[in-house]
Design a protein around this ligand. Structure first.
Ligand code: NAD
Length: 488
C-alpha cells in the first residue's frame, strides 16, 4: 500500500483497505484516492476507491451481522460502547494528530474534537440500557397498547470532512446502542480518522460486520446503490444542504427513514447591555473553532449601535493576534482551509461584501505560498444583500453589521433558509429567552459561543435538517416503535 510521498508521517496503517465484515480488503478495481495535508499540500496516504460492488459487499456484511447484534443484550452493547469511549480517550493524542494532519485544524481544536467524539460513546453506552417501551390501557378499555422499540435496520451513515471523528461517532454510537449495524461513508478528504477508529471499534469488541467503512470518489452512485437495497432502512447524513436535498430525493425512492444534519448560517446578536468580555469570548469561539469550518459557526454578527464600535475594536484586536499555521504545530490557533476551492470561495464572498460597501479591518488577502490558508478577517458594514449574509462562509471571516432594535435584528437573523444555530449576548435574561424563542433555529447559545453537547439534542429547523443527534433523541433516530394490541 502506498503510504504517501516524501518524508511525511507513515499513515499506511490507516489506509490498509476498505473495512468490510471486520477485514481490510482492496476495492473491486484497486483504484485509490489521495489524501492531502491541507497545511503542506503533501499526499499523506492513498485510500481505496469503492465501487457499487464494494458498497453491496458492505451491506452484505452489515446484513450478516444484524441479527446477532440486534439480539446482543443491551448491557453487553453498552459495555462495548463504553470500551470504545475508553480507548478513544487513551489514544486521544494520536487521534488528534491524525485529524490535524488530514483536516488541517489546529491541534487544540482536534483534541477538543476527540474528547467530544469519545463522549458520544460514553453517552450512548448509558442510553443502550435505557431504551424503554410504552404500556397503556386503550381508551375504549377493550385492550392494552404495548409499544416496543426495535432497531430500525441497516443504517447508511454519510459524514463530512470538518469533524472527521465526531460526525462519525455521533451516528455510530447511537446506531449501535439501538442494535443497528452500519455502513459508514466518510468524506474522501478525511478518511484516515474513520479507518483508525474502525480498528479501535474492533479492539473494543464490536463484532465483525457491525461497523463497515468504505471510501469512494463516486458517492452518488455508490450511495444510490445502498439506498436502493431493500435491506437498508436508514440514512443518517451530515453535510451540505445541497447534497442533503439530492439524498432525500434518492431515499424517497425506497421510502427510507432520513436524519439530516445540514448546513447553517448562524446569526450572533450582541445587545448593548451584553458583557463585552463574555460576548468577545463567545464570538471568538463561535467564529474561530475549527477556523470557521463548522456548521454552527457564526456567519453573521449583528451588534447593537451602542456597543458596536467597542466590540469591533476588540474583535479586530483578537482576530489580528491569532497565530495562523499548520494544524499540527501546537502553537497554531487557525489552521488552513480544507481545499483550494474553499479558499477561493471565501475570497469571492469577501470581494462581494467589499463591493457592496463592506470595510475590511484585518485580513481579507491571501498571502500565497504552500497550504490552503486564509487569514482571520473582520469586515464591517456588511450589506443585507451581500452573498456572505446568505451563504455559509465556512472560514475565518467575521462579518459585522450594526442594528438598533430587537424587532429589526430578529427579522434579519431569521431572513435565511437555514435554521441550525444562533447566539444571543445580553445581560437581560428575560430578553435573552424572549429572543431565543423568536429565533428560527434548532439551537441557541445564550451568552455562550458553543452549543454542542452529546447530552443535548443537536439539529436544525428549516433547511438545516431533519431529526436530532445526541441527548435522548439521538438513539430514537435508529429505533422503530412496534405496537402490539393485546386483549387479556
Ligand atoms: P458535502 O455535502 O459536500 O459532503 C458531505 C458528505 O456527502 C461527504 O461524505 C461527501 O462525500 C458526500 N457526498 C457528496 N455528494 C454526494 C452525493 N451526490 N451522494 C452521496 N453522498 C455525497 O459537505 P462537506 O463539504 O463535506 O461538509 C460541509 C457541510 O456540512 C457544510 O454545509 C456544513 O454546514 C455541513 N455540516 C453540518 C453539520 C450539522 O450537524 N448540521 C455538521 C457538520 C457539517
Amino acid at each position: 500500500m502506498d503510504a504517501g510521498s516524501g518524508s511525511g508521517p507513515d499513515l499506511s496503517a490507516h489506509a490498509r483497505g476498505l473495512f468490510i465484515g471486520g477485514a481490510w480488503r482492496d476495492g473491486e478495481t484497486g483504484g485509490r484516492i489521495a489524501v492531502v495535508d491541507p497545511s503542506t499540500e503533501a499526499v499523506l496516504a492513498h485510500v481505496p476507491d469503492a465501487t457499487v460492488a464494494d458498497a453491496v459487499a458492505a451491506v452484505d456484511a452489515a446484513a450478516a451481522a444484524a441479527p446477532a447484534w440486534a439480539a446482543t443484550p443491551p448491557r453487553r452493547r453498552s459495555e462495548i460502547l463504553r470500551r470504545c469511549f475508553e480507548l478513544m480517550v487513551e489514544r486521544a493524542d494520536a487521534l488528534a494528530t491524525l485529524i490535524s494532519l488530514e483536516n488541517g485544524k489546529a491541534l487544540r481544536d482536534a483534541r477538543g474534537e476527540v474528547a467530544y467524539a469519545a463522549e458520544f460513546f460514553r453517552w450512548n453506552a448509558e442510553e443502550a440500557v435505557r431504551i424503554s417501551g410504552d404500556f397503556a390501557v386503550a381508551p375504549a378499555g377493550t385492550n392494552r397498547i404495548v409499544v416496543d422499540y426495535q432497531p430500525i435496520g441497516i443504517a447508511v451513515l454519510i459524514t463530512p470532512w470538518n469533524f472527521p471523528a465526531a460526525m462519525a461517532t455521533r451516528k455510530i454510537a447511537p446506531a449501535l446502542a439501538a442494535g443497528c449495524t452500519v455502513v459508514l461513508k466518510p468524506a474522501s478528504e478525511t478518511p484516515l480518522t474513520a479507518y483508525a477508529l474502525a480498528d479501535l471499534y474492533a479492539e473494543a469488541g464490536v463484532p465483525a460486520g457491525v461497523v463497515n467503512v468504505i471510501t469512494t470518489s463516486t458517492p452518488g452512485p455508490v450511495t444510490a446503490a445502498m439506498l436502493g437495497d431493500p435491506r437498508v432502512r436508514k440514512l443518517s447524513f451530515t453535510g451540505s444542504t445541497g447534497v442533503g436535498r439530492i439524498l432525500l430525493a434518492e431515499a424517497a425512492k425506497s421510502v427510507i427513514s432520513c436524519s439530516m444534519e445540514l448546513g447553517g448560517n448562524a446569526p450572533v446578536i450582541v445587545f448593548d447591555d451584553a458583557d463585552l468580555d463574555v460576548a468577545i469570548e463567545g464570538v471568538m469561539l463561535a467564529k474561530m473553532r475549527n477556523a470557521g469550518e463548522a456548521c454552527t459557526a457564526a456567519n453573521r454578527i449583528y451588534v447593537q449601535s451602542g456597543i458596536h464600535d467597542a466590540f469591533v475594536a476588540r474583535l479586530t484586536e483578537r482576530m489580528t493576534a491569532l497565530k495562523v499555521g499548520p494544524g499540527v504545530d501546537p502553537s497554531t490557533e487557525c489552521g488552513p482551509m480544507i481545499t483550494p476551492a474553499a479558499v477561493a470561495k471565501i475570497g469571492r464572498l469577501v470581494e462581494d461584501a467589499k463591493q457592496r460597501g463592506g470595510t475590511v479591518l484585518c485580513g481579507g488577502t491571501v498571502a500565497g505560498g504552500t497550504g490552503y490558508f486564509y487569514p482571520p478577517t473582520v469586515i464591517t458594514d456588511v450589506a443585507p444583500d451581500a452573498a456572505m449574509a446568505h451563504e455559509e462562509i465556512f472560514g475565518p471571516v467575521a462579518p459585522v453589521s450594526r442594528f438598533d432594535t430587537e424587532d429589526e435584528v430578529v427579522a434579519r437573523a431569521n431572513d435565511t433558509e437555514y435554521g441550525l444555530a444562533a447566539y444571543v449576548f445580553t445581560r437581560d435574561i428575560g430578553r435573552g429567552l424572549r429572543v431565543s424563542s423568536r429565533l428560527e433555529a434548532g439551537m441557541i447559545g445564550l451568552n455562550r459561543g458553543l452549543v454542542s453537547d452529546p447530552a443535548a439534542p443537536f439539529g436544525g429547523v428549516k433547511q438545516s435538517g431533519l431529526g436530532r443527534e445526541g441527548g435522548h433523541h439521538g438513539v430514537l433516530e435508529f429505533l422503530e416503535p412496534k405496537y402490539v394490541a393485546v386483549t387479556f
